[in-house]
Design a protein. Structure first.
Length: 98
């Protein structure tokens, strides 16, 4: 995860925390919910990016390891997992059917 992405995700989580606090103080339920949503999305994006970064690191380590033939199946499974993740992301980005 790049520094810019990290800052963006953490800023969203912090903005959510502040918005939630303002909503709590003013007893505005909509602001509270919006703040919780921003906080959860920021935290989830940070965790998701960290997981992908670790998978990428593990995949690259497999390519560079001395026992590459034994790792062929491992690499195949890792690539399949990447494809499944990409497909899920694409489905999530599609507009909801009305």
């Amino acid at each position: 995860m790049s520094v810019g992405q990290t800052i963006k995700h953490r800023t969203r989580a912090l903005r959510g925390l502040v918005t939630e606090g303002i909503g709590r103080t003013t007893r505005n339920r909509r602001l509270q919910q919006q703040g919780r949503t921003d906080r959860v999305l920021g935290d989830a994006a940070t965790q998701f990016t960290a997981i992908l970064k670790e998978r990428r690191r593990a995949l690259r380590a497999g390519w560079q390891g001395p026992d590459t033939e034994a790792r062929t199946e491992e690499l195949r499974l890792a690539l399949r997992q990447y494809r499944e993740i990409a497909e899920r992301l694409l489905r999530m980005s599609e507009p909801a059917a009305q």
